[in-house]
Write a protein that binds this ligand. Sequence first.
Ligand SMILES: [Zn+2]
Length: 217
Amino acid sequence: MVLAEVEAIVNDRGLLTGPRPTVDREKLQHHLREVLRLLHVDLQDENLLDTPRRWSESLVTLTSGYDYTDVRKLTTLFRKACSAADVNCQNMVVIGGTYKTLCAHHILPFFGQFIIGYIPETMIIGASKIPRIVEVHMRRLQSQEHLAHDVADTVEKILEPRGLAVWMGGVHMCMIMRGVEQESSFMETNVLRGEFLNDERTRDEFMSIVNRRGKRD
Ligand SMILES: [Zn+2]
């Protein structure tokens, strides 16, 4: 991975959707066309003529997180976006946002909200950077559990906070569209570390924020 490319992630320039020279697009398109053929899909239908190319491009984008797996490099770069925490004011910092990703079992989307809380030790990070960290991780195939833990690991490595909490709540299309066809497929994941594990009041404070802001419908 080119250094400038990683720097662009930290600078909010959205290069995660950029071209990935490492993927053999022609081969990918060929195999996706075969997949459709095996499913007896009429590839001559005018709506489907260009589908193997579109499908392959969308898969390349949705898995672009695999190009950013060097956690050490990411940590170093995101550290540059950090600033010193006020030693007299070690309050909980809470940042929320949305995520969308693909499940590793069925390659179907699951998506929802995240709320991340941390208690700084020596460093804080700009509010726009946390969603960037989530974005790097969400463009991979995974489970909600893995996504929450991977995000927690990266934030922990960057900030080394006194406490860290990652909550994710999402709707899973693989539960809605197949299998049990369960319409109420909302799943919650909670990762608690440091003071969020050891101190009940800190944990309760975070969970009351989740209860206020975390959507369940
Ligand atoms: Zn699934």
